[in-house]
Write a protein that binds this ligand. Structure first.
Ligand code: NAG
Ligand code: NAG
Ligand code: NAG
Ligand code: NAG
Ligand code: NAG
Ligand code: NAG
Ligand code: NAG
Ligand code: NAG
Length: 352
């Protein structure tokens, strides 16, 4: 009887330890391993279940992105990347060196970039875990570095966003460099959405926030699909998305999209009626067109534009007489098609 109770207790304890290392089955990537960025290859290191993979993705003709993606779906949706600002050409490589450094080598410059500089010594192997966390571990399987600690624009179930961390939206749907929006849990405890002062990446206009200065400690995304801000003592301070989902059937992610909306997405596994698409379960803010009204700058759709929202999504248009600055980048705003009128210059019109 006592044994049963103890066993149950252990079971419950293990269920509530996020990123429990003991529960993972590892497929080790040993020192001296490397992957090459090659056309039509997409070679990768997969998690034991095959649901996540780490490796290079070719981004059109622009080069290769070192990334982690959902590997069992056709979209191969990227959840983390190392070099969005700096794609590398074919022939570049990522290497876990014999002395435990994790390096991205750009063949065009010959330069190495450290991907996990915080794991300075003692790395014994790397592993792509089934949670989507790519880790470097020491001989004792203690995790020294994890991609979960350095999120880009997405967090996954079992991942937490610690106080002081930031997510940056990518620039466009297919350009992975840092874009115009930022989601941050400030060191002081406030959870915020900001526009950035693009192309610089510091916060500019705050368009959504919680009143949790002094108490916000961690954003938690749990397996059943609840995403919330918790205090240090575990109290839930703010619910970002609350859902009771069966994790077996669904892939999930929370992404700060390039349009500035933070969305909780789900994707039904298998071949059911809703299989095969990412659908939005919930999003913040409720109306981004109205939320962004910065004193200087262009709002959610850029200068001279019209913003209309459709279930949280901004639909950007130009008023008549204006056209898009860049047809591949609708958030950049609109420019006028006519020469501006001027009252202080002599012209035929002045006489009238
Ligand atoms: C590699 O990935 C690209 C882009 O996702 C895809 O077009 C191509 O078919 C893939 N190649 C192989 C051999 O799977
Ligand atoms: C991975 O490496 C660690 C440390 O060398 C070792 O203890 C563990 O058994 C290895 N796991 C697998 C699945 O090879
Ligand atoms: C690994 O664990 C052993 C025994 O607990 C300890 O003596 C050793 O210092 C640890 N090594 C590392 C690299 O943490
Ligand atoms: C992505 O957008 C940035 C910002 O406009 C630009 O500097 C960069 O060249 C773009 N990257 C690619 C691969 O097009
Ligand atoms: C945020 O983290 C820092 C460093 O761990 C800590 O000193 C601070 O108290 C934390 N803030 C809150 C609101 O918990
Ligand atoms: C948050 O609290 C800190 C320390 O109490 C204070 O310095 C800071 O101004 C506050 N920030 C906001 C946005 O209220
Ligand atoms: C937990 O922390 C919050 C915020 O700091 C506080 O309001 C609450 O009273 C605390 N609860 C307990 C049980 O300590
Ligand atoms: C996730 O969080 C919600 C809200 O706190 C809770 O009801 C649910 O039991 C949690 N699920 C897991 C698997 O921890």
């Amino acid at each position: 009887m006592t044994f049963d109770v103890l066993f149950l207790l252990y079971f419950i304890l293990f269920m509530f330890v996020p990123c429990s290392t003991t529960a993972q089955t590892y497929r080790n990537i040993s020192l001296g391993s490397s992957l090459d960025a090659l056309n039509d290859d997409n070679s990768s290191w997969q998690s034991p279940s095959g649901e996540f993979a780490f490796g290079f993705r070719q981004i059109g003709k622009d080069g290769f992105l070192l990334a982690i993606w959902f590997n069992k779906i056709t979209e191969k949706t990227i959840v983390w990347s190392a070099n969005g600002d700096n794609l590398v050409p074919q022939g570049s490589k990522v290497e876990l060196t014999a002395d435990g450094h994790f390096l991205l080598n750009d063949i065009s410059t010959g330069k190495d970039r450290s991907i996990a500089s915080s794991a300075a010594t003692g790395v014994a192997y790397a592993a792509m875990l089934d949670t989507g966390n790519f880790v470097l571990a020491n001989q004792n399987s203690t995790i020294l570095w994890g991609s979960f600690d350095q999120p880009t624009d997405t967090i996954l179930p079992a991942q937490a966003l610690n106080n002081g961390s930031r997510l940056f939206a990518r620039y466009t749907a297919t350009n992975y460099s840092r874009g115009r929006f930022l989601f941050t849990l400030q060191s002081s405890g406030g959870l915020m959405l900001y526009t950035t002062n693009f192309p610089q990446d510091y916060p500019y206009f705050n368009y959504w926030k919680t009143d949790t200065n002094g108490s916000g400690f961690q954003v938690i995304f749990n397996q059943s699909g609840s995403i919330y801000l918790a205090a240090r003592n575990g109290t839930i301070l703010n619910v970002i998305s609350s859902n009771t989902l069966s994790k077996q059937d669904l892939y999930q992610r929370l992404t700060l999209d390039y349009d500035g909306v933070l969305r909780h997405y789900v994707y039904r596994k298998g071949t059911g009626s809703n299989a095969g698409v990412w659908s939005t379960l919930s999003f913040i803010p409720s109306n981004i067109c109205m939320s962004i009204s910065q004193p200087k700058g262009g709002g959610a759709c850029g200068f001279n534009s019209l913003c209309q929202h459709d279930q949280g999504q901004p639909i950007c248009k130009c008023p008549s007489g204006y056209t898009l600055m860049d047809s591949h980048d609708v958030l950049k705003g609109c420019k006028q098609n006519f020469a501006p009128q001027s009252c202080d210059e002599a012209s035929a019109e002045t006489d009238l």
